[in-house]
Design a protein around this ligand. Structure first.
Ligand code: ADP
Ligand code: MG
Length: 256
């Protein structure tokens, strides 16, 4: 893991798609080394927020900072290189490639020139690739995939494939990890394992986690703080206990 845990600051971010305002002056601060959840009904703007943070969408107004560094306006690969790792909901994965190779894709950003093609490898490149592979094995073991490293990704269960996505994001050595609905579609056992990974990312790696999830019991068991979006606006921000009892949050979920 590189550097210290970093805070992520979203300041008054507005995102418009034509006439639609998907995010309206949304601010939040994920404190270093915490799990910060973002919840809200469908269409509230949660994925849009992640897309702005990771540079996939540009903000119409406002700013995003990681530690002291402004991310606003940077390209996605720069933002990843600066320490924002992301597990994509529908990540382009290669089902015929091994788990190891799929996690290795997250390493490309850290290499001096990408991986040098076979046959052209200079001694430093060979040594560097060996170090990257060793780190990939460590990360795979961290998420409980050490025993399936050499299997084709496509032969894994759904829950295991979701953990490969998280491992790939961790392979970019993030300071902040963005997880968009990591337990969607998972059974109870897979959900429990993913919750443990999220907690271990915070405890053992000291990485700040920004988590979008619909599974309330999962959220309540892992989140230090929760920000609530509704129709693109921040309607509440607080501890799990505060959020559970917040009248505006209850109203948003009941649709009243
Ligand atoms: P959530 O993840 O909270 O369910 P999203 O951030 O995906 O919500 O979407 C918020 C709103 O922005 C929705 O109305 C959605 O249709 C709209 N939206 C998201 N991305 C785009 C886009 N690329 N173009 C147009 N509208 C979009
Ligand atoms: Mg979404």
């Amino acid at each position: 893991v590189r550097g210290e845990a970093a805070a992520l600051d979203v300041e008054a971010v507005t995102v418009r798609f034509g006439a639609l305002t998907a995010l309206s002056e949304v601010s939040l601060r994920a404190e270093p080394g915490t799990v910060h959840a973002v919840i809200g009904p469908n269409g509230a703007g949660k994925s849009t927020l992640f897309n702005v943070i990771s540079g996939v969408y540009s903000a119409s107004a406002g700013s995003v900072r990681l530690g002291g560094t402004t991310l606003t306006g940077l390209r996605p690969h720069r933002i990843t290189a600066l320490g924002v790792g992301r597990a994509f909901q529908n990540m382009a994965a290669s089902p015929n490639e091994s788990v190891e190779e799929n996690i290795m894709l997250g390493r490309h950003l850290l290499t001096r020139s990408g991986f040098v093609s076979a046959g052209l490898k200079l001694p430093w490149a060979v040594r560097e690739e060996r170090l990257h592979r060793a780190r990939v094995v460590e990360i795979a073991e961290f998420v409980g995939l050490g025993h399936v490293l050499h299997l084709p990704l496509g032969t894994l269960s759904y829950g295991d494939r979701k953990r490969v996505e998280v491992a790939r994001a961790l392979a970019t050595e993030p300071r902040v990890l963005l997880l968009d609905e990591p337990v969607a579609g998972m059974n109870a056992e897979e959900t429990r394992r993913m919750s443990e990974i999220v907690l271990a990312v915070r405890e053992s790696l000291g990485i700040t986690v920004l988590l979008v999830e619909h599974d309330m019991s999962m959220i309540m068991s892992v989140a230090d703080r929760i920000s609530v979006l509704d129709f693109g606006r921040l309607i509440a921000d607080g501890t799990p206990a505060q959020i559970q009892n917040d009248p505006a949050v209850i109203a948003a979920y009941l649709g009243t």
